[in-house]
Design a protein around this ligand. Structure first.
Ligand code: ADP
Ligand code: ASP
Ligand code: MG
Length: 414
């Protein structure tokens, strides 16, 4: 078999752990498999590098930031390759540009366009383990790019797709994907199998155990993803196409995202084209708008409220001021709040079971948690709440939907 193993920051966080990773890669190879390893920077390193950049400039240029942060992964691939050699194995490290991880030029959030797997295959032909830097790529002009936080997951799955690997194993610091973040809710349970769609929702709603793009690529190219711990040999969670049995589970997981901020533009004219004008500059600036609500206020005017990633808040307000100053009184009618959290319940079973939203609102109401915004898709319901209630909301919903119990023992809804 051809297996891609991706090791996250904690898994390569110390020299002792790097040695353990090397041993595991070699064991896999000695079982007769071809092994490509994708590694992240050592734990804390990307934050440290970002911190250095911010010491020089409080709003650093993304192209230069990418040059700086990509070095974290450069160190890890070299160390892992050396550790494999030290154990008597054969390994070769590769940076993003050496396996031609070509991306677009959206620095700090680049998307992979193509990968040239030839050098990896050549390494395999020589009996080597290919150790590939996660998170980084190169654009068509030769600039170094990075894929956004958590981007090594995406490198892992993209390499697996390019090599037509049998599986992509994502090694991390928890045993798999849980019904909610096990570091917030000790009663969270490991999910054995989860559909790409559910995982996509969980990831985009805050479960950072997998980067969203990695799940999208897994789904698009049919790469089975096995999320598991690098600290033991327990079976983890398989992310796979939807299976019949998954429908019986109404709510598969709860997630929380604290990375969004709320912007309200007060009293915009209630006319066709206004929303389009407000959102156009944001989308041109690559700012992802998430939850949106519109409320009619007095005299044919409406308040438009939406969320954007916290990191883009300043930029978003600037764009509103400069591009739609006439609609928001030069920014005087723009109100921002970054003390919010988005809490979501996800499950493919929602397609066939009614009453989930009502139950969710009831559970939150009983705890006196006020809902600021609501958004839904076919398989999820999200609410924005005040940030201080985030963990309480997660626990109440996790408990209320019986996620602490095995799927067959959960009370049904509706
Ligand atoms: P790595 O460095 O290995 O990429 P990350 O820190 O990016 O690891 O992701 C693993 C973390 O994701 C866990 O430590 C956990 O706190 C968090 N997490 C959030 N939601 C979930 C979930 N539903 N299941 C498992 N882990 C989750
Ligand atoms: N090192 C990068 C980060 O910390 C990429 C990753 O770990 O996946 O975000
Ligand atoms: Mg990660």
């Amino acid at each position: 078999m051809l297996i891609v193993q991706k090791y996250g920051g904690t898994s390569v966080g110390t020299i002792a752990r790097i040695k353990r990773v090397a041993k595991r890669c070699l064991e896999t190879q000695r079982q007769g498999h071809q092994v490509a390893v994708v590694v992240s920077a050592m734990a804390g390193e990307t934050n440290r590098l970002l911190g250095l950049a911010r010491k020089i400039h409080d709003d650093p240029n993304d192209r230069e930031v990418d040059v700086i942060v990509a070095t974290g992964e450069q160190v890890s691939v070299g160390l892992v390759a050396l550790a494999i050699r030290k154990l008597g194995g054969q390994a070769m490290s590769f940076l993003g540009h050496q396996v031609k991880v070509t991306t677009d030029s959206a620095f700090a959030r680049a998307r992979i366009l193509s990968i040239d797997a030839e050098r990896v295959h050549a390494a395999f032909r020589d009996g080597k383990i290919a150790v590939i830097a996660g998170f980084q790529g190169i654009d068509e002009a030769g600039n170094i790019t990075t894929l956004g936080r958590g981007g090594s997951d995406t490198t892992g799955v993209a390499i697996a797709a390019a090599l037509k690997a049998d599986a992509c194993e994502i090694y991390t610091d928890v045993d798999g994907v849980y019904t909610t973040d096990p570091n917030i809710c000790p009663l969270a349970r490991k999910i054995e199998r989860v559909s790409y769609e559910e995982m996509l929702e969980l990831a985009s709603l805050g479960a950072k155990v997998l980067q969203i793009r990695s799940v999208e690529l897994g789904m698009k190219y049919g790469v089975p993803i096995h999320v598991r711990s690098s600290f033991n040999h327990n079976p983890g969670t398989w992310v796979v196409p939807e299976e019949k049995a998954m429908e019986h589970v109404v709510v598969a997981g709860v997630s929380v995202n604290r990375d969004e901020a709320k912007i309200t533009v007060l009293g915009v004219p209630d006319q066709p084209g206004v929303a389009a004008r407000i959102f156009a500059p944001l989308s041109e600036a690559n700012i992802v708008v998430d939850m949106i609500i519109q409320n009619v206020s007095a005299e044919g005017r409406t308040d438009l409220t939406f969320t954007v990633p916290k990191g883009d808040l300043k930029r978003a307000i600037e764009f509103l001021k400069t591009r739609c100053g006439d609609l928001c009184d030069g920014g005087r009618r723009v109100v921002a709040n970054d003390a919010i959290a988005k809490v979501s319940v996800v499950g493919v079973g929602m397609r066939s079971h009614a009453g989930v939203a009502q139950r969710m609102f009831d559970l939150l109401a009983k705890e006196g948690i006020n809902i600021l915004m609501i958004s839904t898709s076919e398989i999820r319901i999200s609410v924005a709440v005040e940030a201080k209630y985030a963990e309480l909301a997660v626990r109440v919903l996790h408990d209320g939907f019986g996620l602490d119990k095995p799927p067959e023992a959960r009370v049904s809804v509706g």
